[in-house]
Design a protein. Sequence first.
Length: 67
Amino acid sequence: MAALDPHESFVERLIREAIERGQFDGLPGKGKPIPGAGTFDSEGWWIRRWVERNRRADERPTDRQPD
């Protein structure tokens, strides 16, 4: 275990220890860029991403019929 840094926070210590134990090894997407990182996104980006993730592949927003 590495020497304790007096400025290291509790959370940083937990993360460092998990890395040392290899708990982050083999995660999906390792070494790939985060989608959308570094791009400007307008207000409401999170809801558009949620809709994209949760929409059926064969459904488009304009295809929906009123209930």
